[in-house]
Write a protein that binds this ligand. Structure first.
Ligand SMILES: *Cc1c(COP(=O)(O)O)cnc(C)c1O
Length: 375
């Protein structure tokens, strides 16, 4: 029986355990501590942001970000439709309504033309959305310039969901640093991980202080326990921040390894009729978090689902591209604009094993299997 080959698994470097040992030696086993502070400042350096707040997950970071820009009961919030559900759930936590927007074929990210159309329409109706949750999908930045401009023009707060895009660039700068607030995730499957964790970044120090305040139960500065605002228990553990500091040291290697995976897949599979890889937009560098491709069932020997099932028989884990949020049963009453491109990518798209620790042997097994099934 072949060993299983998984989609994306944690990949520790050499320093994480040293940092964790330091947390044990100093007894900072708490949701505050020197590693949390250091992780925040080292993260700022890594992405080129002024301020950051470390929290327990990317979802928690988004929840805080939306509340920080004033999203509340009855507000409308725009959101990319082709993404993981965590991009939109926090909109609903706050009693607001998501409106899902289609992506463009060339980047798989939010189509600025769709954004412009919805903003014009909403402005004419006299009620503008409060915010946009802009996703940078599978490690590739969305086309930020026109999106930032539209958000400025219409007074819509830009929140960047860069959970998958740490280490990527847009015109030389990190996605996540263009909006009012950006968020990142360190879940176990992301490009670097703390097992679970998240980060907010912002050019606004007050916003990040407020994020930390809300994330620690909104405790007012008194010797006794006093609370005037609603808070959460969302801070990142000092032990997990220790892992994060070690992981940040190898971020560049992780990006290089994932880009190399992509390159090997592309070189060996591109000749297969009907198979196409997720394009890399010319405005930036993708971290290639996951290698994604589409299969045109009219041209190829089989469809996406057949390929996925055949690979699974050989213990190779692949996943369909995200099911668009406007198709999710939980959101069936929500507004959306466009969506056909996202639907097409979902119907025909597949994510291949892409870990930065994928062995040469494993990647060759995946390639040989795909060629056997499709050629
Ligand atoms: C992983 C992910 C999140 C959520 O991050 P968690 O740390 O798992 O809560 C949000 N958005 C996107 C696009 C993601 O991929």
């Amino acid at each position: 029986m072949n060993e299983p080959i998984l989609l994306s698994t944690p990949h520790m470097g050499n320093r994480e355990l040293d940092f964790v040992k330091e947390a044990f030696d100093t007894n900072w086993i708490a949701p505050i501590g020197p590693h949390v502070d250091a992780f925040e400042s080292e993260f700022c350096e890594a992405v080129g942001s002024d301020y950051a707040a470390a929290v327990s997950s990317g979802t928690a970071a988004l929840h805080l970000a939306l509340r920080l820009v004033g999203v509340g009961e009855g507000d409308e919030v725009l959101c990319s439709t082709l993404t993981f559900i965590a991009s939109a759930n926090p909109i609903v936590y706050l009693g607001a309504k998501p409106i899902f927007l289609d992506c463009d074929r060339s980047s798989w990210n939010l189509d600025p033309n769709v954004l412009e159309t919805v903003l014009k329409q909403k402005a004419a109706e006299g009620k503008l959305p409060k915010a946009l949750v802009l996703v940078h999908l599978y490690g590739q930045s969305a086309d930020l310039d026109p999106i930032v401009e539209l958000c400025d023009q219409y007074g819509v707060a830009l929140i960047e969901d860069a959970a998958e895009a740490l280490g990527a660039t847009y015109k030389g700068k990190s996605p996540g640093t263009f909006g009012k607030i950006g968020i990142f995730s360190f879940n176990g499957n992301k490009i670097i991980t703390t097992s679970g964790g998240g980060m907010l970044v912002s050019p606004d120090e007050d916003l990040m202080n407020k994020a930390r305040f809300w994330a620690t139960q909104a405790r007012d500065p008194f010797p006794h326990y006093q609370h005037s605002e609603l808070g959460y228990n969302y801070r990142l553990s000092n032990v997990l921040a220790a892992i994060g500091r070690g992981q940040l040291l190898v971020l560049k290697d992780r990006v290089a390894a994932r880009r190399k995976n992509f390159q090997i897949y592309e070189q060996t599979l591109s000749e297969i009729p009907g198979l196409e890889f997720m394009p890399e937009a010319e405005y930036g560098v993708s971290n290639r978090w996951l290698t994604c491709l589409t299969i045109d069932p009219k041209i190829a020997k089989c469809d996406r689902e057949h390929l996925r099932v055949e690979l699974a028989k050989n213990r190779i884990e692949t996943r369909p591209v995200w099911k668009p949020l406007h198709l999710q049963p939980i959101f069936d009453k929500c507004e959306s604009l466009g969506g056909k491109i996202a639907e097409d990518l979902f119907n025909n798209g597949l994510c291949l094993p892409s870990g930065s620790n994928l062995s040469e042997e494993s990647i060759q097994r995946v390639i040989e299997d795909i060629r056997r099934i499709m050629l």
